[in-house]
Design a protein around this ligand. Structure first.
Ligand code: AMP
Ligand code: MG
Length: 491
């Protein structure tokens, strides 16, 4: 670096591409290696607080308190620059962005290299920032002199940028240090309005924030709504893509992972600990690039704490493409279907499995429950044998008592006989859509009870169910038909 070379190194936020910040020529090389527009200034990294005075002038008094709280750490502050800093490093601006990283490898490197290291993220411009040395290698191998590998970074998102040249200071880029944290130290700060908004006439104040940054190869779309709605919408989008044989990716969380069956599903972290989401975001986006997916659907996250930085980066990666979950919900009359029988061991589970194997235009959560289930049991063996003969299975089925819980207006309850329907209507006032299967499909072929009978009785029962489920499929598809959304818009 002393000789003008470029060295990628770890920091607690992301890997940086280091160069001597006081060497204009090294800055030019940095821009070339990244393919970055040279009006996008670099951040100067220091290891010792006294060094700030050498590169910045008119440092406001609040700086001491901020540095005492957040340095070394994921905070970049912008000051008027001193003459020591070449304009090549600051993208022609007379201000300089300064950060003191906390990673000890970074601190030692900065000291050894002379104290002032310019370092943008060590990725090709426009790609997700690197959170491992491999990411750097994938992007910049052959274009830089060295990579210091010290494993995966801690935070995973770039530093918070705070402009100290205005009063009160203004957040230009959200990061791990949040507005609330600043408020506790120096009182309220401003936030650049463009941070979470689609590109408008307003230009972001940090030059780098105007570029479509952090972009994966596939189109990323953020699904927005409350979490239950997001899950249903994403399930439907993934189902539709599956029917069209499109390769798609889903960004899910530890808590929501089990709800998704179609597409390439990646766990971005836990909603209980949003730091894990920040840490994994760029890795997941990079992994999707390797998977060759056409579209990626992501759940959205609360814009509090580090959530604001997460959503800011996601929005940028998505080019602000959002899908309101309500738009999809509006087209779906039912989203969940429960077949209710007596013991939930034969007819109910068979009906459910038959429906799962139909060509449905819409995706449903299909379950079965029983009115008298004393303890959870696997399906009746004869029922299973019959299903096997049709290449279906009740293998995973465990009988479950009807509990009337979580039944909303989007749930369709179909009972095998009249008694079950009557009991639900009397006992569960909140259950709106309850019909006998016969009634719902307008076909009164009696569903025989095979219990205690020979295998053949289960076979006959299954034949009747099959016919009714085919009629049910037609009815559901008709319900979905006139109302079908324009899927192209989302794909
Ligand atoms: P990166 O190094 O890739 O994290 O990008 C650095 C970010 O800091 C970019 O968004 C820059 O536009 C921003 N930045 C650096 N210097 C300044 C400055 N003097 N004024 C405003 N923003 C800056
Ligand atoms: Mg960057």
């Amino acid at each position: 670096m002393k000789q003008g070379g470029l060295v990628a190194f770890p920091t607690e936020t992301v890997y940086g591409l280091g160069a001597n910040a006081l060497d204009e020529y090294a800055a030019r090389k940095t821009y070339a290696a990244k393919g970055r527009p040279s009006d996008n200034p670099l951040i100067v990294h220091i290891a010792d607080y006294e060094d700030l005075k050498k590169i910045a002038v008119n440092i406001p008094p609040e700086t001491d308190a901020l540095a005492a709280h957040f340095w070394p750490g994921p905070l970049t502050m912008i000051f008027e620059k001193s003459d020591l800093v070449p304009l090549g490093t600051t993208g022609g601006l007379d201000t300089v962005a300064v950060r003191m990283p906390s990673d000890p490898v970074a601190a030692e490197l900065i000291r050894a290299a002379g104290g002032f290291v310019s370092a943008p993220s060590a990725n090709t411009s426009g790609r997700p920032s690197p959170t491992t040395a491999e990411h750097v290698e994938n992007d910049l191998d052959g274009k830089i002199d060295m990579i210091l590998d010290s494993g995966a970074v801690d935070i995973g998102l770039e530093s918070t940028i705070l402009d100290m040249t205005v009063t009160p200071p203004m957040i230009l880029r959200p990061g791990a240090v949040t507005a609330d944290m600043f408020a506790e130290v120096i009182g309220p700060v401003d936030v650049d309005e463009t941070i979470l908004k689609p590109d408008s006439s307003q230009h972001p104040k940090a030059p780098g924030m105007k570029y479509r940054h952090y972009a994966p190869k596939a189109q990323l779309m953020i699904v927005e709504g409350d979490l239950r709605e997001e899950i249903f919408a994403i399930r439907q989008l993934a189902y539709e893509a599956h029917r069209r044989e499109k390769r798609i990716g889903l960004i899910a969380t530890t808590e929501t992972l089990p709800f998704y069956k179609y597409g390439i599903v990646k766990n971005i972290g836990s909603r209980e600990n949003e730091k894990t989401i920040a840490r994994n975001l760029y890795r997941v986006l990079r992994e999707f690039d390797e998977e060759d997916v056409e579209v990626i659907y992501s759940e959205s996250f609360a814009v509090q704490g580090i959530g604001k930085a997460i959503m800011n980066r996601l929005e940028k990666a998505a080019g602000h493409m959002r899908i309101p979950a309500s738009e999809i919900a509006a087209k779906q009359k039912y989203r969940r279907i429960i077949f209710v029988s007596g013991t939930d061991s034969a007819r109910g589970p068979m009906a459910a499995e038959l429906l799962r194997n139909q060509d449905l235009k819409q995706e449903y959560v299909i379950d079965s429950q029983g009115m008298v289930v004393l303890f959870p049991e696997p399906a009746n063996q004869k029922a299973e044998a019959i299903m096997k003969s049709f290449q279906m299975t009740l293998e995973k089925h465990i009988s479950q008592m009807f509990d009337g819980e979580n039944i909303m207006d989007d749930t369709l309850v179909l009972t095998i006989d009249e008694n079950q329907k009557r009991k639900i209507l009397t006992d569960y006032a909140q259950v709106k859509n309850v019909f006998t299967l016969n009634e719902f499909v307008q076909d009164d072929t009696e569903i025989p009870d095979p219990y205690g009978g020979p295998l053949a009785a289960y076979g006959e029962c299954c034949e009747v169910l099959k016919k009714l489920i085919e009629r049910l499929t037609d009815k559901l598809n008709l319900l979905a038909k006139g109302e079908e959304p324009q899927w192209e818009k989302y794909m």
